[in-house]
Design a protein around this ligand. Structure first.
Ligand SMILES: *Cc1c(COP(=O)(O)O)cnc(C)c1O
Length: 412
């Protein structure tokens, strides 16, 4: 499956005539199909996906997802303004931030976004520095009640959210400051491939909604199950069945919400990775080969274009364009040019024989790929391209130039 690409080597060479490597390219057809699949899995519910903007903060992508009915999950000023400028407004924005400065709360309130508070102290903070909204949500951190996973860590070690005890006081304090509409949020896992986790998360929130409604005498409008649905990075991994999650959550809704007269309760999610991750590719040209104690292939992309392998040791599948069907009888470290030895896309990876001039396709870069880019060593962030439904290619973010990089410098 992993070697099935939405373009051939010849397609890439044609694209490169106009758009030099390296670049990320996103598959619009696949993104739309997947977005519709998520909506269909929750068609039984009053459902809203808020795309986590940080995953792919590129206007054209946000607009495509908006057309599919998605809102935006923003966590910073830039992400709020991006949503605004893409025409995603009001309660189509979920502002899930932490350690938030007052000016960001102000902007979120100005846009009419749903405010999701990360701490109990943010209730007086918001009341003092901004205005207190009618609709308020809190992020729950279940602590030792739930296992986490590698990226987010154990909930009790994670900096996010309120404890179970704090939640009661937090909603009460919000009510005292004029809140009349309420939601509940959690996000405890990241890049998780087991569908049962998400059903368990829903059950946990549904149970909490029942308890808090009774304790506080308030009615909840929605729960937000967070993001964290994983994508299969390795060829042997299987994708999460979104229909299994939708059906599992529906059953839990029936028993935990509808049967207790707590409906209607809207179901929100704020996934990033699973929405765009598998549908983006980083394309890079092989410029050097070097054989010392190991075999190195030098490409014109670097960790500045895709940080995940260097930062988390994340596996990203790599295909050599036009050699998809050749045996993996060589072993390479495919490296970028940063002065950092973790600037490698693969380590000891079995791959077909690679030649200078080959094009490598690094998979699953559609989320947390370009957006995590940085400028260390003065490396410029690449362009982003969209492979459109009609097969044409659109430049949706130009590559940075040295002038961009030097724009903040003073040479006088
Ligand atoms: C990063 C993040 C998301 C999206 O996570 P994915 O793993 O990309 O689905 C959603 N909500 C919050 C609060 C986040 O920090």
């Amino acid at each position: 499956m992993k070697n099935q690409l939405p373009f051939t080597k010849e397609d890439l060479e044609t694209i490169i005539e106009k758009h030099p490597t390296p670049f990320h390219i996103y598959d619009e057809t696949a993104i739309r199909k997947n977005a519709r699949r998520l909506n269909a899995a929750f068609a039984w519910a009053d459902f809203q996906e808020y795309f986590a903007v940080k995953a792919t903060p590129t206007p054209r992508i946000l607009q495509i997802l908006k057309e599919e009915g998605f809102g935006a999950d923003a966590s910073s000023m830039a992400e709020l303004v991006l949503a605004e400028r893409c025409g995603i407004l009001g309660e189509k924005i979920m502002f899930t931030s932490n350690n938030t400065p007052a000016y960001e709360f102000d902007k979120a309130i100005e846009l009419g976004a749903i405010i999701n508070l990360d701490d109990i102290t943010h209730v007086p903070f918001l009341a003092e520095h901004c205005s207190f909204p009618e609709l308020i949500c809190f992020r729950y951190n279940p602590g030792p009640l739930r296992d986490g996973n590698a990226i987010i860590g154990k909930p009790e070690e994670a900096k996010y959210g309120l404890t179970r005890e704090q939640l009661v006081d937090a909603y009460r304090m919000a009510k005292e400051r004029g809140a009349t509409r309420f939601g509940l949020h959690t996000m405890v896992i990241s890049n998780e491939l087991d569908a049962t986790y998400f059903v368990e998360t829903a059950k946990m929130l549904f149970t909490l909604v029942a308890e808090l409604s009774a304790e506080l005498g308030i009615r909840f409008e929605f729960v937000n199950l967070g993001g964290g649905i994983g994508v299969p990075m390795k060829p042997e991994e299987e994708e999460v069945n979104l229909e299994t999650i939708g059906e599992g959550v529906r059953e839990a809704y029936e028993s935990h919400i509808a049967a207790k007269g707590l409906d209607p309760l809207a179901i929100f999610m704020e996934c990033g990775r699973v929405i765009t991750g598998p549908y983006g590719y980083l394309i890079s040209r092989v410029i050097h080969e070097k054989n010392i104690y190991k075999n190195y292939i030098g490409v014109d992309a670097s960790m500045a274009n895709l940080m995940r392998p260097g930062m988390y040791g994340a596996y990203h599948h790599l295909s050599v364009a036009g050699k998809e069907d050749q045996p993996n009888d060589m072993q390479y470290d495919v490296a970028g040019s940063l002065c950092e030895n973790n600037d490698k896309f693969t380590i000891d990876r079995p791959l077909p024989k690679i030649d200078i001039g080959d094009l490598v396709v690094i998979h699953d870069t559609g989320a947390h790929g370009h957006s995590m880019g940085f400028n260390y060593n003065g490396k410029l962030r690449s362009a982003e391209l969209l492979l459109k439904e009609d097969g044409s290619v659109e430049l949706i973010r130009r590559a940075e130039t040295l002038d961009d990089l030097f724009a903040t410098l003073d040479f006088s």
